[in-house]
Design a protein around this ligand. Structure first.
Ligand code: COA
Length: 262
């Protein structure tokens, strides 16, 4: 049983819901630990083909719990570091989940909440939400989330929004690459996510996991001999794998591949 999150499996989709609405889903040590365990639970569940990260209440996530941040600042340097490592572990667990992840953003996201959105593979929000990287307003920095945020919005917008801590709209988040889709309301949010899930679930699960690993290794690398060799190794391995063979054979034989049930 979790205190601050809910997990459920709806046929082949894992849904992890931040569930501390009275605190706008701000994350403290408990929520961070539960998110990490909940993600690992869905990763290990063979029924789960994709994961939706959602929230209850008004906000998607108000970032780090500022009471927790204040408490941690008084810890010994070792404890303080250990705590920061736990946040980093949660972010990298989400980022490196082998299954496709979708952020369902129904309300505003601040600080670490922006990090969660950025660490998901796909992000969809309603028009009315807004975002802010507020850390510098509080005299701190968006350090742990920065690799994910910068991978999503790039250094240029990172400079603006990390330094100004200003709010930006869903339309702006869409424009700069944090969001893939914006929709008018909650109903359309569920419809859009359901459509994305339908397309995701048609694809080879092992290929999707390989794709995520590929992106992590290749993104940001120079196109040199080492990177080229890495890509050669990967395609040659994956096309000879059982799923690769099945996918190619299914196409050529004009039949449905065996990972699509029903
Ligand atoms: N950490 C801890 N508590 C938080 C929180 C956070 N990040 N965000 C909100 N809360 C708490 C508030 O302190 C308040 O507690 P209280 O009821 O004991 O007073 C409760 O959640 C409700 O928040 P409130 O500010 O009254 O609601 P609101 O709807 O007016 O505003 C926010 C909501 C999220 C816009 C506002 O609380 C806010 O700006 N929070 C800080 C977000 C932030 O900068 N996060 C980045 C941290 S690095």
């Amino acid at each position: 049983m979790y205190q601050s999150i809910l997990t459920e499996v709806d046929v082949d989709v894992g849904i992890l819901t931040l569930n501390k609405p009275e605190r706008h889903n701000a994350f403290d040590d408990v929520l961070i630990a539960e998110l990490t365990v909940g993600l690992r639970e869905l990763e290990a569940d063979p029924r789960v083909r994709a994961v939706v990260l959602s929230s209850t209440g008004k906000s998607f996530c108000a970032g780090a719990d500022l009471n927790w941040m204040k408490r941690v600042a008084d810890y010994s340097p070792e404890e303080n570091l250990r705590d920061a490592h736990q946040l980093a572990e949660m972010m990298s667990t989400l980022n490196e989940l082998s299954k496709p992840t979708i952020a369902r953003v129904q309300g505003p996201a601040y600080g670490g909440g922006v990090g969660l959105v950025a660490a998901c593979d796909i992000a969809v929000a309603t028009y009315d939400v807004h975002f802010a990287l507020t850390e510098v307003k509080l005299g701190i920095v968006p350090a742990v989330i920065s690799p994910y945020v910068l991978a999503a919005i790039g250094e240029r917008y990172g400079r603006r929004y990390m330094l100004s801590a200003e709010r930006f709209s869903a339309a702006e988040a869409y424009r700069i690459g944090l969001l893939h889709e914006i929709v008018p309301g909650d109903e359309q949010l569920d419809e859009a996510i359901s459509e994305i899930l339908d397309t995701l679930l048609n694809n080879g699960p092992a290929a999707q996991a390989e794709c995520k690993a590929l992106i992590r290794v290749v993104a940001g690398q120079p196109i040199d001999q080492e990177t080229i060799e890495e890509t050669v190794q990967r395609i040659s391995r994956v096309r000879a794998s059982p799923e690769g063979r099945e996918g190619l054979a299914a196409f050529l034989e004009k039949r449905t591949p065996n990972w699509i049930v029903g």
